[in-house]
Design a binder for this molecule. Structure first.
Ligand SMILES: NC(=O)c1ccc[n+]([C@@H]2O[C@H](COP(=O)([O-])OP(=O)(O)OC[C@H]3O[C@@H](n4cnc5c(N)ncnc54)[C@H](O)[C@@H]3O)[C@@H](O)[C@H]2O)c1
Length: 358
């Protein structure tokens, strides 16, 4: 178990394997008289929905379900609006609880619905993708997309509990598994050199979804995220380190209309460019750059962007909502296990790095 220490908003991340039957016990702080709603997407509902509902009802909870289509295209205000209607129809009041059963998309939109319904009701994260188990379910970033961009409307709103069962990962499609691995590698690069080494040494077992490795990885990533969030809940500084590779990555995703890369694939390529840029600026040794690029390659993640034009990428990077005063903000690794925020890297240097392997 990992604790996210945030004063009166503190909560636990409970991590286990094949322990869904104990979900009811983990929710012992939720009053049985209050109405719950379980939100999931179609895939997740078809795989696990009935089982979770049965476990909860057998444990004495009153729970209804709401199913969204799934995919980035449904993470919007129209879907939130449908959810509010279903929450009202199900009889949810201010003491009710939302359960988010699914990947990052379900977690973000269900969390947002919980944050805004009747000015905020409780919610529980039950993440079912690797990305959600190691990253998005922890830390309280909730939100939806606007036509103008991703995650432009949202709230920092912490869950009451994160319940992780690594057995969900068995049914995850390979590409989605790899997406989660990219975020896992990120934790090693920004924060923990021993964890990075673990990822180097256990590559084959991790690729084959060995459950002991999954337990270790998930616990370590959640501990790192909990430590960072506890120090900087609303991303005024330290938490930005979690965006390593994301400024490049978001630009690739947007320029390819979110069709060519999954989020993790775009982040993987972004981390390589960030490390190359750091090496070019003389802030990370070549040996560390090599280890980062090799690890990303070993895990079968992409390492370059095809045919996108460097100028288009930079123009897109300028639009990133994390930029301040029109300057591109970048997280760059300074060693394996260490990284820093940079606001003064020239665009000429960014273009140069993007053009390097063409
Ligand atoms: N809130 C945060 O801190 C945070 C952090 C990172 C990413 N995100 C957001 O997370 C979203 C991406 O999340 P994601 O990668 O989990 O994608 P996702 O939620 O779309 O899930 C990926 C796919 O896997 C399916 N799926 C989920 N669990 C499954 C399982 N156990 N077995 C089989 N299929 C399963 C889903 O139906 C979906 O088709 C993005 O919108 C991103 O902005 C949020």
């Amino acid at each position: 178990m990992v604790r996210v220490e945030l004063g009166e908003r503190s909560y636990d991340i409970c991590i286990g394997e094949n322990w869904l039957p104990r979900l009811g016990d983990s929710l012992n702080f939720v009053p049985k008289s209050s109405q719950m709603i379980m939100i999931s997407d179609e895939n997740v509902f078809n795989l696990y929905g009935s089982r979770v509902l049965e476990i909860l009802r057998d444990a004495g909870f009153k729970v209804e379900s709401a199913v969204i289509a799934g995919g980035e295209g449904c993470k919007n205000l129209a879907t939130s609006s449908c959810l509010y209607e279903q929450m009202i129809t199900a009889g949810l009041d201010r003491k009710s609880t939302v359960l988010a059963l699914g990947g990052g998309i379900v977690g973000d939109i269900a969390g947002f619905a919980a944050a805004t319904y009747m000015r905020g009701i409780a919610y529980i994260q039950i993440p079912t993708t690797l990305l959600a188990q190691v990253d998005s379910s922890v830390g309280g970033k909730t939100g939806v997309n606007l036509p103008q961009g991703k995650n432009l409307v949202g709230a920092f709103y912490q869950p009451g509990l994160v319940f992780v069962d690594v057995a969900f990962i068995e049914t995850l499609p390979e590409r989605e598994y790899l997406t989660g691995l990219a975020e896992i590698i990120k934790y090693g690069i920004i924060w923990d050199k021993d964890f990075f080494k673990y990822l180097e040494e256990h590559c084959d077992r991790i690729k084959s979804r060995d459950s002991e490795c999954l337990m270790h990885i998930t616990s370590r990533c959640c501990s790192i995220k909990a430590e960072i969030v506890a120090q900087d809940e609303t991303e005024s500084g330290l938490r930005a380190l979690l965006n390593l590779g994301h400024t490049f990555g978001h630009a690739f995703e947007a320029l390819t209309n979110y069709q060519m890369y999954t989020h993790g694939e775009a982040v993987a390529v972004g981390m390589i460019y960030a490390a190359r840029l750091a090496h070019h600026l003389g802030i990370i040794p070549f040996g560390d750059l090599n280890r980062i690029a090799n690890l990303i390659k070993f895990y079968g993640l992409p390492i370059s962007f095809g045919n996108l034009k460097s100028q288009d990428i930079v123009v897109q990077m300028r639009k990133d909502k994390k930029n301040i005063g029109g300057k591109i903000q970048l997280i760059l690794p300074t060693a394996i296990g260490e990284s820093k925020i940079f606001n003064d890297v020239s665009e000429a240097n960014v273009v140069m790095i993007l053009d390097l392997d063409r």
